[in-house]
Design a protein around this ligand. Sequence first.
Ligand code: FE2
Length: 178
Amino acid sequence: MNESFDIDAMVDRLRDAAAGEDAPRRVRAIIEEVVADPDLLAAAVPHYGKDVVLFEDDTVSIWYAHFDPGKMVPAHDHQMSAVIGVFRGQERNNFYEADGEGGLRKSSDVVLGPGDVLSIGPSAIHSVACVSAVPCNGFHVYMGELTTVERSLFDVKAGKRLPFDEASYAALIGADDG
Ligand SMILES: [Fe+2]
C-alpha cells in the first residue's frame, strides 16, 4: 500500500480480477490489500455519505458502501459471490439458512471492523447492521451485475421470501432481527 490511494486504479484491478479465473479469490486478495491500512483509506476516500456504485458490468459490481449508525439492511441474497472489506466503523452480518419448514433461522453472525474482509457465497442470505457509533464504510464487490439480477429479501420473523424491490425493502427496513 502506497502513501496515497487511487480509487480508479483499484476499480481497474478489481475488474481485471473479476473477469478472469478464480475471481472471488483474486478479488478478495485485492480487497485485503486495500483495507490493510484502513486509516489511510478512511482519509483518502471521499466521504460520499451514501452507497455509490463505482462500476458495474456483467462480470462485476463494485460498491462504496455507507451504513449510518443503527441502520440495518434487511436479510437478502445476492445470487453471486461477494467480497466485503471494511475500513471505517463496524458492521454486523447475520447469516441465515433454511430451517426445513419453509422459514429461516439465524446460523451465525460476524462483526467486521476496519481492515476486516469477508467472502460470501452465491446462495448466502445475510442482513447487515451498522453497530458502531460512526458510519460504517467499506468496499463491496459482487461477481456479477447486482442491479439487474433477480434477488430476494426475507422477512425472517414471518419466514417469507419477498422480491427484492422498493416496496419489500420499505416494509422490512428498521426491523431488528438481532
Ligand atoms: Fe448483502
